[in-house]
Design a binder for this molecule. Structure first.
Ligand code: ATP
Ligand code: MG
Length: 595
């Protein structure tokens, strides 16, 4: 079956919309009440027109005219107030309860998106910039309500108003009313053609908004580089471009709407004009009151029709936003099919014939790597920058999925463990330290460790040689460290990261350049502490500074994803290869004091 683009557009819209409505479902009670409210509101509209008939006819029939058996002079004003009250109640119920639904849907979607972020594979974060991810949660989600509820509100309130008005008009004079009804298909056509434009433009606005967030967050987090390298002009231009783009897109969307609304008015009023003509022309035996009521009711029509047609812009914005929201929700989560839950593994790590390329690339970052480590042993990885050391470290907690070769923990392939259980076995200090904008103590006791007793936190800090500087902080362990620890020095941040790993007390310890920012003295202290904690656990240390790994049981030299030399410090020196060269260079450096 072949689809015209028109049809497939309509079908995808309907699918997205229906899916969006599943988020409204839990709120069906509030939703129903609001519909009742809008029905009350809408039914009051023809009542106003109907009332006018009595008013005009009453004026003609003189002073003792009756309104529901009460003199017109009293009955009529009382009725007006009653109608206003009735409409007010309807309006309150409708607006309040629909807001309850729409805010609920925003909340649910936002929460779903955020929780989904926590399950996405690392690769997703590699390939998407954070600005767009943030803007999706803060901006796109609010646009979704445009479709999920604001539009529904208008559709119901104004839709029912139109229906009630038409019913009243048909009841008064069906032939005349048919003339009015004849314009409906014209309106329908106009709305569909505008909808498509709205959706396209709205998608572009969302991307532009993501760019604005992206540039802003990048500049804020990198402001030191921006300043020291004179990047102000570049960033300012980049921001200007993103923001201008946003403005232009927004303006375009408004332009579409601004052409659309008056055109529609023109069509509606033309129909009204024809009706007026016919009313005057075929006056017949209708009373003045009938005519006034009819024309008033017909005159009430254009406003709700206009609002109904404008709703299409909101719906399209919402659908475009929902599309991006669902796109993320449909992303495959991290592959977690393993079922093995181990309280605590022994820590035997075996890597055999491991070959790895980052997904979507063809370069072998690891090429046939094999080695094994026993509990209590320390393995060190050295090698040129870019040789694949961090990649290897990242494969052990399964941040990326390897496809060729095997990694076994206690003889079991990593994939057999549940991700959670596997990661509980590993304490990782990664090359880039991440700290949260929280206290020192909470940064050490993060996540699963949040309930750790204060003594344990202090002990971990002590072992990581962090206590000496923490004690000097204004509030000790309760000092806030700032965003990503900006209030601390690089070495201090590294020591907190080490303390965090030590507190975790996991059978597998991975240190990726964990002490690179430390002075020799602090490093020695940490080494001594590590010597203690390494007992009984498997340790993988990645280091550029060779002095830190001399004691390792095995040192592996990596080059271009392969292990090119392996052995103890002494053996490698005797081999007189890459390691020996590196060692003599670093040794010389240490001997020649810096000028
Ligand atoms: P360094 O000593 O500088 O930390 P490394 O040995 O840790 O280097 P890796 O970070 O493992 O090196 O990187 C190895 C190679 O993999 C590099 O060529 C790099 O370009 C590539 N690479 C690293 N991370 C990714 C990623 N997320 N996606 C794609 N390629 C990557
Ligand atoms: Mg690295």
């Amino acid at each position: 079956m072949t689809d015209t683009p028109q049809e497939s557009f309509a079908r995808s819209s309907v699918r997205i919309y229906l899916r969006l409505l599943t988020y409204v479902k839990p709120y069906w009670k509030a939703f129903a009440i609001s519909i009742i409210g809008f029905a009350i509101f809408a039914s009051a509209q023809p009542a106003m027109a109907w009332m006018l008939k009595y008013f005009v006819d009453g004026l003609q029939s003189g002073e003792n005219a009756l309104f529901f058996g009460v003199p017109l002079i009293w009955g009529f004003p009382a009725f007006i107030i009653a109608i206003a009250f009735y409409q007010g109640v309807g309006s309150y119920l409708g607006n309040y309860f629909i807001a309850k639904v729409s805010l609920g849907v925003v909340h649910d979607l936002r929460t779903a998106l955020f929780n989904n972020l926590l399950t996405l594979p690392n690769r997703y974060f590699d390939l998407h910039n954070s600005g767009h991810l943030v803007s999706r949660i803060t901006f796109n989600v609010t646009m979704v309500t445009g479709a999920a509820t604001d539009a529904i509100k208008v559709v119901f309130r104004e839709g029912m108003t139109v229906i009630f008005l038409f019913a009243y008009l048909l009841w008064m004079n069906w032939m005349l009313t048919l003339v009015l009804i004849a314009i409906l298909p014209v309106i329908g056509l106009m709305v569909t053609s505008a909808s498509k434009k709205f959706r396209k433009q709205s998608k572009k606005i969302q991307t532009a908004m993501g760019d604005v967030t992206h540039v802003t967050s990048e500049t804020i987090s990198g402001f030191r580089v921006v300043r020291s390298f004179g990047g102000e002009r570049y960033e300012s231009e980049r921001f200007l471009k993103a923001s201008t783009e946003n403005r232009e897109r927004g303006l375009k969307m408004v332009r579409t709407g601004s052409v659309f609304t008056p055109s529609l008015q023109l069509v509606t009023y033309s129909a009204m004009a024809i009706v007026m003509f016919l009313v005057l022309f075929l006056r017949g035996d209708a009373t003045a009151g009938d005519l006034v009521a009819y024309i008033t009711a017909a005159g009430l029509l254009p406003k709700p029709i206009r609002q109904l047609s404008e709703v299409s812009a909101n719906i399209q914005k919402g659908i475009a936003a929902a599309e991006s929201v669902f796109e993320q929700l449909d992303e495959e989560p991290e592959n977690d099919t393993g079922t093995l839950e181990s309280a605590r593994v022994g820590g035997r790590l075996e890597v055999s014939h491991l070959t790895f390329c980052y997904p979507g690339t063809s370069k072998r970052v690891l090429n046939d790597v094999s080695f094994s480590v026993e509990p209590g042993q320390m393995v060190a990885l050295v090698g040129r920058s870019g040789s694949g050391k961090s990649t290897l470290a990242n494969l052990i907690p399964r941040f990326y999925q390897h496809e060729q070769g095997e990694i076994l923990l206690d003889g079991t392939p990593l994939q057999n463990f549940t991700l959670r259980s596997l990661r509980q076995q590993i304490a990782l200090v990664s090359q880039n330290v991440t700290l949260f904008n929280d206290t020192v103590a909470n940064n050490i006791a993060y996540g699963d460790l949040a309930d750790a007793p204060r003594d344990a936190i202090v002990a971990a800090a002590e072992a990581a040689y962090a206590k000496e500087f923490i004690d000097l902080l204004p509030e000790g362990f309760d000092t806030l460290v700032g965003e990503n620890g900006v209030l601390l020095s690089g070495g201090q941040r590294q020591r907190l990261a080490i303390a965090r790993a030590l507190l975790k007390d996991a059978p597998l310890l991975i240190l990726d350049e964990a002490t690179s920012a430390l002075d020799t003295e602090s490093e020695r202290h940490i080494q001594a502490a590590l010597d203690r904690v390494m007992q009984g656990r498997t340790t993988l240390v990645i280091a550029h500074r060779l002095s830190t790994i001399e004691k390792a049981d095995v040192i592996m030299v990596m080059d271009q994803g392969q292990i090119v030399e392996r052995g103890s410090h002494k053996e490698l020196l005797a081999l007189n290869g890459y390691y020996a060269r590196l060692h003599s260079m670093q040794f010389e450096e240490e001997q020649t004091p810096q000028a």
